[in-house]
Design a protein. Sequence first.
Length: 417
Amino acid sequence: METFHNPDRFMSDLRQVLSQGRKRIGILVGAGAPLAIRVNDRNEIDPKGASLIPGVEALTEQATSGLSAIQSMAIKAIRESLGSNANIESILSRIRLLEQALGKTEVQGLDSEGYKELGKDICKNIAKVVGVYLPKQRNAYSDLIAWITGTVRSNSVEIFTTNYDFLFEEAFERVRSPYFDGFSGGSKPFFDPVSVAGDDLPARWAKLWKMHGSLGWALEDGAVVRGHGREAAELVYPDHLKYDLTQKQPYSALFERLKRFLLTPDSLLLTIGFSFRDAHICAILDESLAMNANTAVLAFQYQTLENEEPAVKLASDRPNLSVYASDGAVIGGVPGNWRPGELPKNWGSIRESFWASRWPKEPALFLLGDFTAFSRFCALAQANDLIAQSLKRDEPEKTDGEIDSSESTDLKVEGGQ
C-alpha cells in the first residue's frame, strides 16, 4: 500500500512551534543555503542573477584554479585518488595530511613545505569566493534573523553552520541583534571553549557556531583569534581530527556543542542546505538521535527523495529524524510522497508559503528545501502570530450567549498516511 504524507498537517505543527518561542531550537545551515540568494553584478537581489556563493562543486573548481603548474599537477593527483569524494574540504584534508607526513620527501613534486603553501593558496582563493557581502535588500538571512529576534524566548536559538562566510554576522549586526560566536575580547577576540560549553547568556542572544572555521580566524601566540578580516582564511576547515591541540580546540568544542544540544531533552534541530555528506556531523547526529529519543531533527532538502540518499538513509535508521524533500518525506522512518489534503478555510495563503510551483507552468511541490522559502516561512509564522495576538487583544469581550465564529474555522487536516 502506497504511503502519503500531508504537508499541511506537519507545517501547521511547525508554524506553531516556530511562533511560540518556548522550545529549544537549533538550525544547521549548510553550503546549499546561500545558493538560494541570487544577485546581479551590483550585488542586488535578482532572481535571474548568479548565486551569492557558488555550491561546493563550483567552489572547488574556483579554489583550485590559478595555481602554479606543479601545484595543479598535485591537485589533479589528489582529485584522482579521492574519486567521487573529491571536494574542496576533502582536498584540503588530503593536502594537510601530506604536509604533516612528508618532511623532505616529495610527492608529485611537492614536499611538506610545498603542500603547506598549496593549502595556503587554496584558502586565499576560498576567501575571494566566499568573502562576499550580504545584499542590502531583504533576503533569506534577514528574514531568518527577523524570526529569531521577533519573540521573547525561553532559550537562545543556536545556529550551527558549515559555511565560512560572514553573511550571518552581517545580518545580525544590521539590526543590532546580539549574538555569541565563541570568542571573547575587544582588541583580539580569542576563542573561549568554556563559554561555548555554557548556557549563561540571556535567551535573547543568538548563538552562532562556525563548525568548519571562518574567514577572519587566525592563529596568534598559540591562540585562535578573530578579527583578521575577509582575506584571512588560514583556519578555514582545518582537519580537526589531525591538528594539534591548539588548532583542534575550536572545532572539538563546537562539535561537542552540537552533540550537547542534541542530547538536551525536547530540542528541535532544523537543517537547511545541508547535504548529509559530512561524515563528522552525521556521526554526531546518528549517535545523538540514538541516545535521545526526545530530540527531533527536521531536514529540509531541496531535491527529490531519490536524490537525497544520505539524508533518507539516516532517517530510515533514526525515526526521530524526518526528511522533507520536494516530492515527498520520510517521517517516523516511513517514506511517502506528498499529498496535500482538502484546503482548510483561511489556509490558502499559508499553504502557498510551503507548497507551490518553483517556476511558472510547473507542478506544485514542497518549497522549504530552498533557503529563501524556508526563511520566509519562519518569518511569516512569527508575523502571523503577532498579528493574531494583536487582533485578540483588540476584540471586545464576549457576552453570555455569543458564539466565537473562529471556533468553527480551526485548521483540521487528516493524518499523513
